[in-house]
Ligand binder design. Structure first.
Ligand SMILES: Nc1nc2c(ncn2[C@@H]2O[C@H](COP(=O)(O)OP(=O)(O)O)[C@@H](O)[C@H]2O)c(=O)[nH]1
Ligand SMILES: [Mg+2]
Length: 309
């Protein structure tokens, strides 16, 4: 969905403030760099056999927040969960997804975290869990929360390189998958790492996605590009362009090759600019301020579009 290909309807989405502003892109005023790289990833693989997962719900879509380490996957789920709870949804970690007390403790911690106003501690999750979004007793979808190294390691970008539990989810389960590919505004890594990430997404898209699966490209940490935000509104078209410039070759992966349809919708992804919150340091302490509701509102709207479409 290139900027110029948005049709007027897409422009008129009720974004609660996140709407289109056609102001041209100007110079960046502030660029905060994230200090973590994807090179230093370690994950304890002990507890990670395919046999150890169990997905009871074989119907509701599984949302995969697909992104490198520290791209904001966990905080996206936290921010969205807090928002959805306010909207009357229930957030329910699936206690049967994995066996063992460790897992139950993780689920408990996840829920405990939702009750605070804080960001997660840096080391919050080095493990994976499944979280259901429930409304009126019905599961709308299930979020897979997993560490970045399970999604991306520069060393192996083939579509085969997933831990076994993910391979099972991706290849065996019939549930629709919604792949939320996370990109970062100003991802502070070298060109080759970014290129490797694009290759990884390309391989996954081409080899693993089925015709019922859907894609979202989320552009997180948009607060790091303040020029994309004006009067507290995000320019979707400018942000989309900015993302495609930063992640060279990425949008072409999603090019719609179906004749006629490609006329209307040139690319097969929903684009979602996002911000989980504002992270400032005060007296050596990290202070987190939750992002505006327009961000989780628009993410949820896009997810629902993928679920229904
Ligand atoms: N500026 C900014 N930083 C963010 C945002 N979301 C996450 N971060 C930073 O990225 C770190 C990692 O986030 P986390 O959700 O744990 O990433 P994960 O490893 O992908 O699960 C956070 O501790 C924040 O410092 C955002 O929207 N804006
Ligand atoms: Mg995480």
């Amino acid at each position: 969905m290139e900027s110029k290909n948005y049709n007027s309807e897409e422009f008129k989405l009720d974004l609660g403030g996140l709407d289109i502003d056609q102001t041209p892109v100007s110079e960046s005023t502030s660029r905060t760099a994230s200090s973590q790289t994807t090179e230093d990833m370690h994950y304890d693989d002990n507890n990670n056999s395919a046999n150890s997962i169990q997905i009871g719900d074989k119907h509701s879509p599984i949302i995969m927040l697909f992104g490198p380490r520290s791209s904001g996957k966990s905080m996206t789920l936290v921010r969205l969960s807090r928002y959805l709870r306010d909207q009357g949804y229930e957030i329910v970690p699936d206690l049967n997804f994995r066996a063992g007390d460790n897992y139950r403790e993780k689920c408990r911690k996840f829920m405990e975290g939702l009750d605070t106003q804080d960001a997660l501690p840096g080391t919050a999750y080095t493990d994976f869990l499944l979280v259901k979004i429930v409304k009126n007793g019905k599961t709308i979808c299930q979020f897979l929360e997993a560490p970045g190294e399970h999604y991306f390691s520069k060393k192996n970008v083939s579509a085969k390189d997933f831990p076994s539990y993910m391979t099972e989810i991706i290849r065996k389960l019939k549930n629709r998958k919604i792949w939320v590919y996370i990109t970062e505004a100003d991802w502070n890594v070298d060109f080759s790492t970014k290129k490797a990430y694009v290759t990884r997404i390309t391989n996954c898209y081409n080899q693993l996605m089925t015709s019922t699966d859907r894609s979202i490209i989320m552009y997180n940490k948009i607060d790091q590009k303040p020029y994309l935000i004006k009067s507290r509104r995000v320019s979707l078209s400018n942000a989309n362009k900015e993302m495609s410039d930063e992640y060279q070759g990425l949008v072409n992966v999603f090019r719609n090759n179906t004749p006629i349809v490609s006329w209307v919708k040139k690319y097969k992804y929903e684009f979602v600019p996002f911000c989980t919150g504002y992270y400032t340091s005060e007296n050596g302490r990290l202070v987190y301020t939750e992002s505006e509701d327009m961000y989780p509102a628009y993410l949820w709207k896009s997810i629902m579009k993928c679920i229904k479409g």
